[in-house]
Design a protein around this ligand. Sequence first.
Ligand code: NAG
Ligand code: NAG
Ligand code: NAG
Ligand code: NAG
Ligand code: NAG
Ligand code: NAG
Ligand code: NAG
Ligand code: NAG
Ligand code: NAG
Ligand code: NAG
Ligand code: NAG
Length: 859
Amino acid sequence: MDSLSQAPVFEFREAILSAISLLAGLLPQSFLMWFRRIYGVLTLATYVTLTKSTPPGFPSSGNGLWYTTPATLWAKQMLPIGNGYLAAMIPGGIFQEVTQLNIESLWQGGPLQDPSYNGGNNLPSQQAQMAQDMQSIRQSIFASPNGTINNIEEICTPPGDYGSYSGAGYFISTLNNTGTTSNYGRWLDLDEGVARTTWSQGSSIFSREAFCSHPAQACVQYVNTSGQASLPTVTYAFSVSQETGLPAPNVTCLDNATLNIRGYVTNPGMMYEIIGRVQASNGTVSCNVVSGSTPTNATVSVSGASEAWITWVGGTNYDIDAGDLAHNFTFQGVDPHSNLVSLVSSATSNSYTELLSEHIADYTSLISPFSLSLGQTPDLSTPTDQIVASYQTYVGNAYLEWVLFNFGRYLLTSSARGILPANLQGKWADGQSNSWGADANINLQMNYWFAEMANLNVTQSLFDYMEKTWAPRGAETALILYNISQGWVTHDEIFGHTGMKLEGNSAQWADYPGKEISMIHAWDHFDYTNDVEWWKAQGWPLVKAVASFHLEKLIPDLHFNDGTLVTAPCNSPEQVPITFGCAHAQQLIWQLFNAVEKGYEAAGDTDTAFIQAIAAKREQMDKGLRVGWWEWKMDMDQPNDTHRHLSHLIGLYPGYAISSYSPELQGGLTYNNTFLNYTKEQILDAATISLIHRGNGTGPDADAGWEKVWRAACWAQLGNETEFYRELTYAIERNFAPNLFDLYSPGTLPFQIDANFGYPAAVLNALLQAPDVASLDIPLQVTLLPALPLTWSSGEIKGARIRGGITLDLQWSGGKPTSAVFTVDSSVAGRQRDVVVNYAGKVVGEFTSNPGTAKTVTF
Ligand SMILES: *[C@@H]1O[C@H](CO)[C@@H](O)[C@H](O)[C@H]1NC(C)=O
Ligand SMILES: *[C@@H]1O[C@H](CO)[C@@H](O)[C@H](O)[C@H]1NC(C)=O
Ligand SMILES: *[C@@H]1O[C@H](CO)[C@@H](O)[C@H](O)[C@H]1NC(C)=O
Ligand SMILES: *[C@@H]1O[C@H](CO)[C@@H](O)[C@H](O)[C@H]1NC(C)=O
Ligand SMILES: *[C@@H]1O[C@H](CO)[C@@H](O)[C@H](O)[C@H]1NC(C)=O
Ligand SMILES: *[C@@H]1O[C@H](CO)[C@@H](O)[C@H](O)[C@H]1NC(C)=O
Ligand SMILES: *[C@@H]1O[C@H](CO)[C@@H](O)[C@H](O)[C@H]1NC(C)=O
Ligand SMILES: *[C@@H]1O[C@H](CO)[C@@H](O)[C@H](O)[C@H]1NC(C)=O
Ligand SMILES: *[C@@H]1O[C@H](CO)[C@@H](O)[C@H](O)[C@H]1NC(C)=O
Ligand SMILES: *[C@@H]1O[C@H](CO)[C@@H](O)[C@H](O)[C@H]1NC(C)=O
Ligand SMILES: *[C@@H]1O[C@H](CO)[C@@H](O)[C@H](O)[C@H]1NC(C)=O
């Protein structure tokens, strides 16, 4: 979610490729030959575009993306596949397919590169000094007439070898053929999670398909032909020539059909391995060493086959379980070789058809509990890139909007189910170094906004990541940096980077100890599922530890001396100045403390002193809500601040401090000797004004997709379908590429996946809302179709999840609901609650969520 100014983002190769594609017709042949030699990605085939309708086999519902020419641009045109462990980008080449690969843990930097890497923490011996510095920082802030200071550099540390998520090289498969082809089509089938390419040559039809199977932990690329006896010779090679910065690995023959790729992302650094085994029917497979190559190289060839496929697996020596004190925070794992050998053996022991069916069954079982219709009519005669190109803000196109929803769900399903959660690019990244490291910053939370409501069981790696990479080093940071012995804190991430990074205006980037407040996700997971066993084992320990830290971090406001507790120093994420009582942090801590109180009993905790302290401080803390000025406790807001973040509106969406505002619980504050007690209407009106002033997500600081979909979700929360739809469609027109990837800046790079994931959340928030509440005694307010745009006047949601263990099937027609059926899980773990169903400002139903019951609301 960061600003462009933080890191250089321009990718030369993409720009060159764009320019070349445009100029291809105008350039002399000799230049094109040179260019192809250098880049090697353009197919040598010439193709005739005849396709005027979806390729054969494309879902008749229109649930997919399709194109009539092969892709050359990584971020804008290629199609993603993945299983969480591995990912790949598919260009849909003809005689040559150059597939770019990823392994989820392949990261340059960190302790595997630099043994002195310590997660950006100060030295234990500096604890006393840090405590003193922190004390004086706080004093300066409180004493300053404007309540701010200019920097906190003394407590920051240089980023060191923070590093970046890296690409893992390319598989090149080549069909030894030339000549003219026709009837080309490539597509991504979102019903099955498979990328396919087809073309004809003479009387032969060629088909290639690729997918990554989660159960097999392997990816596969398959090719066959019909109409002639056998395929031309197929050669499989591995290359790093296009993977900018990645050193060449050793490529050897593991056996007569298997490539074994072993390399280092940096030297020294993390080690990675890919094993690709080739299988074929009716042909001869051989692995051949490329002579005279340093490091060693090899290729696999298949001749005389009717079909051929390569199955690859990959891993590194990263170990998420070795990020704790007992392992000296090394994340050092074992050589992945023997595990990969056994994975590839088991993946290749089945037939190709079995592997494919297993993948489709797994993918569909994950996504099928939930479905959405926006009343769209599929357009089966216009390729996706052309639909995107002619898309207009506010005019919209229900079909594309529906595909984008399903694509977001596909991407999360395909990137989250590994050891690590979906990062800033999901798991798809090209080159050894990526923008913002492709890390897991604030975007990590947006990535998962829609997961619970869309009934997508993909969050396990998110919680493992928090537990295993944030908590261990974060406890050290809490102690050394904040002199707090309870709980943990993090400011950055991956390899347990928990300190404050010193770079640029350090606080603006470094001081966001709000990531750990994303423990709200842990609370939500429990609240949606009632999974008490999980809550006790993983959710509660996370939430309790972070709340413990904030219990100590909250301090009396010595600027206003108004008796409230505030956090200091703080700044609004990615904004200066450095001050105290920042709205974002105060709202989130309040929500966190509520989560503790709501989940205490179910956790079976008996620490009464802790829960009493939480209740007392929750009561006493500044709630971070101030009409007239919002972002900071000092009145410093500028009405023209169109900053990309909506930090102070976190309680509007995705939080609830604003959307479920209660004067009884949050009201009453004294400012400048005036007592104020806002009504909910005042708070929501102020949120509206503030949202208007933040602009449409195209400001001098950024023009990103995520800021627009966040704004769309907020407008939906305010029940404003006009602004919701304007902002949502504006994001699509401005930020979504022909392959539907979200681009940070319109038309250019980099790819950032957060808008792809924020998008389904915004769509859902226009159709169904049930924001959290401070206590289980407060009825849950469900609102049906709160911001339904005209374009979606009929439609259906099946299997949406609502907190409390409730499932909703909802239908609407003519812009009005026609049926809503609520079904309560058979286990609500003793957490029954009252539910009020609202539509168009009226209560249309009420029920108590008794286990196993159903409630039908008719209209
Ligand atoms: C533990 O890691 C630190 C760097 O984080 C290093 O300085 C130290 O030598 C290591 N200790 C051991 C016992 O390996
Ligand atoms: C706040 O006041 C200090 C001097 O006390 C000054 O250095 C700083 O620039 C001011 N900050 C803002 C945001 O006005
Ligand atoms: C490719 O085909 C050409 C012409 O048919 C042939 O001369 C050449 O040996 C083939 N190469 C391979 C690697 O099969
Ligand atoms: C291995 O050889 C193949 C065929 O010549 C080539 O395409 C590939 O780039 C080489 N790979 C490496 C890692 O050198
Ligand atoms: C490849 O090796 C396996 C044993 O590892 C053997 O069964 C098979 O016949 C060999 N295939 C070829 C084409 O040499
Ligand atoms: C690649 O091969 C060289 C020479 O055998 C060896 O020194 C090196 O360790 C190998 N690299 C990997 C990653 O196995
Ligand atoms: C190719 O092999 C398959 C089994 O893998 C067999 O059913 C088929 O008849 C063979 N086709 C030819 C042309 O040999
Ligand atoms: C969700 O997925 C996890 C694996 O990540 C599995 O253990 C669990 O049983 C699944 N839960 C449900 C309700 O399907
Ligand atoms: C807002 O307006 C003030 C006063 O005109 C100006 O100093 C400031 O630079 C403006 N800020 C932005 C973000 O445009
Ligand atoms: C604020 O107003 C609500 C009623 O709207 C009242 O219940 C609450 O006690 C008031 N808060 C304070 C601190 O007076
Ligand atoms: C505080 O109130 C006084 C008197 O109403 C007013 O003159 C002053 O501007 C206010 N200060 C702030 C910071 O709002």
